[in-house]
Ligand binder design. Structure first.
Ligand code: ZN
Ligand code: FE
Length: 244
């Protein structure tokens, strides 16, 4: 078993992700959060892979927008998302359980690994994180050095969700939904001007910053580092208004 994850840039600054076992290309690939179909089709064709299924972190159009076209082209496909949000997830075929606070086996296997899920409300009420081994897909809940806007959830929900994600081992890789890292670090440095880890990260930023790690987020993410829900809420509000 070998797990390969490759970021597929979609739309303006979204990331979909291809997941496949390079030793078993005949088993095809899964895609996380296909905001549009064309770049996913291109990434599959480039690697000579078929599409097996779709994994979803939340219902927003820039994460599910490619579902219908991918099913039409490659279907039938397994389309997996959170059971409680199934009514908002186009083309869903399998409803995954998910609880707050801890990852649990979903009953699905991807590339020989058990797929684990955790409910992480905050950006939306029905957001989930998806975990395969030491790889976690966070959608728009946790970004590198940032977090998603609180469209449906509360600061308390987002605080608890980020703390649950960052309770994982330090070398856990975090694959997030948007390339916002440079702007996030400008805000982070305004919150903690003396944080050397934030400065170092900002000074050495590649064009594509996914994945991050739990260790990096603990050191440089002002929302993970917020002492409580109230502080997180104040920081999120400041970020909404920040012009850096
Ligand atoms: Zn979203
Ligand atoms: Fe998004």
């Amino acid at each position: 078993m070998a797990l390969r994850i490759e970021a597929v840039p979609c739309l303006r600054d979204n990331y979909a992700y291809l997941i496949f076992d390079p030793e078993k290309p005949e088993e095809g690939a899964w895609v996380v959060d296909p905001g549009e179909a064309a770049p996913v089709d291109a990434a599959l064709a480039e690697r000579g892979l078929s599409l097996t299924g779709i994994l979803l972190t939340h219902h927003h159009p820039d994460h599910v927008g490619g579902n219908a076209a991918l099913v039409a082209t490659h279907g039938p496909l397994a389309v997996l998302g959170f059971a409680d949000d199934a009514h908002r997830l186009p083309e869903i075929t399998q409803r995954l359980p998910a609880s707050r606070g801890r990852f649990e086996a979903s009953g699905q296997t991807i590339c020989g690994l058990p797929l684990e899920t955790m409910h992480i409300p905050g950006h939306t009420t029905g957001a989930i994180a998806l975990k395969l081994g030491d790889e976690v897909f966070t959608g728009d809940t946790l970004f590198a050095a940032g977090c998603g806007r609180l469209f449906e959830g509360t600061p308390a929900m987002m605080h608890a969700s980020l703390q649950s994600l960052c309770a994982l081992p330090e070398d856990t890789r975090l694959w997030f939904g948007h390339e916002y890292t440079a702007a996030n670090l400008r805000f982070a440095s305004s919150v903690e001007p003396d944080n050397d880890a934030m400065q170092a990260r900002a000074a050495d930023l590649p064009a594509c910053t996914t994945p991050s790690t739990v260790a990096l987020e603990r050191a440089t993410n002002p929302f993970v580092r917020a002492a409580d829900a109230e502080e997180l809420g104040a920081r999120r509000k400041a970020k909404d208004e920040f012009r850096g």
